[in-house]
Ligand binder design. Structure first.
Ligand code: SF4
Length: 150
């Protein structure tokens, strides 16, 4: 069987690239027919780790909890990540839920009070606008289905 390349948020593979220096490792990703193409848009945006938490605001800008506008860096990292995905012919991405970069379907509302609203992260939007299907890390059933079908 040909190896399938799938984009994935680096923190889901166990890389400690989250804003707080931790990871969100998912179990059950082992499959010799899958090559995971690991990207962290926020590290590629040169935001560093650890870094202040950031959320998407109502106007679409990304701001840190300290009030700094980091939209340009988020865009930079998302475009770099997209380029890596395109260069590797990825048509599928498994991305970390709720993140202002990688979230799909729901993200934090910009108030830093743990409230979720409907929406996608910046990298997720970019993937979907470039024919890369995004699956949220919370969709364990679909992820298992993909990993077990290859
Ligand atoms: S959710 Fe995305 S941006 Fe955040 S640490 Fe994981 S890979 Fe990096």
């Amino acid at each position: 069987m040909a190896i399938k390349k799938i984009l994935i948020s680096s923190c889901l593979l166990g890389k400690k690239c989250r804003y707080d220096g931790n990871h969100n490792k998912l179990d059950n990703l082992l499959n010799e027919n899958i090559e995971w193409v690991s990207v962290c848009p926020e590290e590629l945006g040169e935001l560093g780790t650890p870094r202040p938490p950031a959320e998407k605001q109502i106007d679409g800008r990304i701001k840190t909890i300290l009030g700094e506008d980091v939209t340009d860096k988020f865009n930079l990292g998302s475009y770099k990540s997209l380029t890596i995905g395109i260069e590797n012919n990825c048509s599928l991405a498994i991305l970390k839920s709720k993140s202002p970069s990688c979230g799909k379907g729901e993200i934090y509302d910009g108030s830093f009070s743990n409230k979720l609203i409907k929406g996608d992260g910046i990298f997720t939007e970019l993937c979907q606008n470039n024919n890369i299907e995004v699956i949220s890390s919370e969709n364990k059933t679909q992820i298992d289905k993909i990993v077990n079908s290859l």
